[in-house]
Design a protein around this ligand. Structure first.
Ligand code: GDP
Length: 229
């Protein structure tokens, strides 16, 4: 809920123990679990899922690779064939990262855009294991009209999502606050948007330990309310 106090908020201080737990969680070996080109091919749930979405070139593969410490885990936008699939990665702690296809290819045929939208929105709207979506935005550009359909789908599905500004190294630290304020303003009326906005850079590592720790906190909360079956 916008403005409500959420304990996973990055503004509520993450303790050194949480940062360390985040490091450990993500240092565990990650494995490719599945690639789903249709909703029918989405694998059975194996743990808490965190999905990453954003327009192509926003830095999504780089962020997943930085979080997991694996340089080549997530595909880059340049990997042909994989761009229309949901990719699932799992680690031994039953955390599953889901890489959604990047949207916003100017040259993509309409039919492809339609099938991507149906797949991504269908997954986002129907997955009980999905704990949070990280919606990535380039810190230099913030929210764009191209992001609206996904934001609308997340709001409709009432899936909790957090905006993550990528490529923070391309913005002067003195401008961070203004950039974040502008994005916050842009999603102020969106009911499922998490009130805090994260800022990351895979070049400098800015925000990466905090994002890992926030996911640890989310896992702890989920297991507190939903004991594992
Ligand atoms: P994707 O299409 O969203 O998966 O984006 P990629 O991870 O492939 O990155 C797109 C481009 O942005 C690449 O040229 C990356 O090197 C660059 N990039 C990714 N993360 C960062 C970052 O934190 N800072 C800067 N300056 N460039 C980045």
């Amino acid at each position: 809920m916008p403005g409500s106090a959420d304990p996973t908020s990055s503004s509520s201080t993450l303790s050194p123990a949480e940062i360390e737990a985040g490091r450990k969680l993500f240092a565990a070996p990650w494995q490719f679990l599945a690639a789903a080109g249709s909703l029918a091919a989405v694998p059975a749930t194996t743990g808490m899922e965190i999905a990453f979405a954003g327009r192509s070139n926003v830095g999504k593969s780089s962020l997943i690779n930085a979080l997991t410490g694996r340089r080549m885990l997530a595909r880059t936008s340049h990997t042909p064939g994989r761009t229309q699939e949901l990719i699932f990665f799992a680690n031994p702690a039953n955390l599953v990262l889901v890489d959604l296809p990047g949207y916003g290819y100017a040259s993509a045929p309409k039919a492809k855009i339609k099938s991507w939208t149906a797949l991504a929105h269908g997954y986002l709207g129907s997955r009980a294991a999905l704990a949070r979506v990280y919606l990535l935005l380039d810190a230099r550009h913030g929210l764009k009209p191209i992001d609206a359909p996904l934001l609308d789908a997340l709001d409709r599905a009432a899936v909790s999502y957090q905006l993550v500004l990528t490529k923070a190294d391309q913005v002067k630290p003195a401008d961070y606050e203004a950039v974040i304020a502008r994005v916050r303003e842009g999603c102020a009326r969106r009911p499922a948007a998490f009130p805090d906005i994260a800022l990351t850079s895979t070049r400098t590592g800015h925000g990466i330990p905090e994002l890992r720790a926030a996911i640890v906190r989310l896992m702890a909360q989920r297991s507190a309310v939903r004991p594992p079956t």
